[in-house]
Design a protein around this ligand. Sequence first.
Ligand SMILES: CC(=O)/C=C/C=C(C)/C=C/C1=C(C)CCCC1(C)C
Ligand SMILES: CC(/C=C/C=O)=C\C=C\C=O
Ligand SMILES: [Fe+2]
Length: 546
Amino acid sequence: MAVSGKPGSVKGGCSFGRAVNFSRKHHKGGLRVRNVATRLPETQVSPETQVSPEKGGGNERKLAAWTSIRQERWEGELAVQGEIPLWLNGTYLRNGPGLWHIGDYNFRHLFDGYATLVRLHFQDGRLIAGHRQIQSEAYKAAIKNKKLCYREFSEVPKADNFLSYVGELASLFSGASLTDNANTGVVRLGDGRVVCLTETIKGSIIIDPDTLETMGKFEYSDTLGGLIHSAHPIVTESEFWTLLPDLVKPGYIVVRMEPGSNERKVIGRVNCRGGPAPGWVHSFPVTEHYVVVPEMSLRYCAQNLLRAEPTPLYKFEWHPLSKAFMHVMCKASGKIVASVEVPLYVTFHFINAYEEKDEDGRVTGIVADCCEHNADTTILDKLRLHNLRSFSGEDVLPDARVGRFTIPLDGSPYGKLEAALNPDEHGRGMDMCSINPAYLGKTYRYAYACGAQRPCNFPNTLTKLDLVEKKAKNWFDEGSVPSEPLFVARPGATEEDDGVVISMVSDKNGEGYALLLDGRTFEEIARGKFPYGLPYGLHGCWVPKK
Ligand SMILES: CC(=O)/C=C/C=C(C)/C=C/C1=C(C)CCCC1(C)C
Ligand SMILES: CC(/C=C/C=O)=C\C=C\C=O
Ligand SMILES: [Fe+2]
């Protein structure tokens, strides 16, 4: 059965009203695994489609990764090459900013696009895909009014006149003008609810993993307030941790939420050691007993939040003289057990962290790994759509590495930051990482990420990192852009890398496919082709079969 969609009904204009309350009522699409016919999607391609010459040939490249693909609702079964393991039963969900224009107005930055969900449902060796836009207030208002209505990562709505500008400033302080475009990640909470997220707290949106329908806002029932949080909470069956940066009294509030609850409880607070504002916390790591709070010298900037035009570092500023720190908080007591100065660093994504113990089992230090951009903020500029769409064959992706922090717990004032393996192993590109979730916060050996085969302007390989042997295995499809690899363990597995790695690839012919690699060998085991090209997407999650 083909499921076709009509564009969602659009309500509300460029007014900053109250969020729609989450209603638990939702209709289930059910499993459509029989006689699923594919249907040509309702696709809108941005006028800025990339056309650049192939290396050594005159062929046009039609990579769809950076073009808007609007799907109000598409679903179909994918033809599979290779074999999907029969044990792989469940749904992979990927979120990302896959729609980067309103009418003929094109957005500037990768992070500005409207949230787009892609779904891969694996059942008994078959693969059913879905693709749908998240119906955020920001998206609905843009479609209805044919203009930007909320503040996105780099885009700001035009103030029609001075009075509306003053009103806009007021609405910025109340948070009303901030976007709820939940375009960064998607997590499955311990209680089974699936939430899409961005860095604004109001951009926490519940979706139905079967139909990709937008169910409503995830409303926090506590009185903590705040406008922004880390884009990547730590989520397990029993734990939910996140950080709330405090821009007024520079610091971070560490909060925890129990499964089944919407109430965040404050566990503790970290005061920043540098200033003038907290460092950007897109993500952070935890160990079994500690929360690691990074304080990067790329800091939020109140003035930049107010500016109408983007600055080179958008809402942030680089303050190398303010130094960089790593703080460690005890999960149980909320006490800070270490706060060390570390070399300057730039990261979006922490990979994992674990505790190091002496022979008596006492914790002596913390190791925390991240995708580290060699303390170079230019990566933010490289993620501008113009740069992503204009690859000329020249190598322009700045070098990155697996940055390994070592944080002593003996009161020493300094921590270390070194490469965990030679970055040439993964082509000196490094971002969009995952691990076997059973190893979260524990000593681990393997990580999966996107690396580089140069020349390139964006990470273009999938890489399996062996952090013990300090080696990487790389997967590469010339001219393609793969998205974050997600590891799914085989039920009953005892080895850390016994499972599959799922990614989605936008290829050089303008096509898109779901890719399955064997976790151990990192060789392809199956792929399922979409009937149209896929836009790039950021982060995903796995929803096991009910
Ligand atoms: C897609 C991604 O990785 C990051 C998205 C970040 C966003 C949308 C950040 C938005 C913000 C504002 C609209 C104003 C306040 C600051 C900040 C959280 C950067
Ligand atoms: C895609 C990306 C960085 C790539 C650089 O190598 C960062 C994404 C950040 C948000 O999730
Ligand atoms: Fe991210």
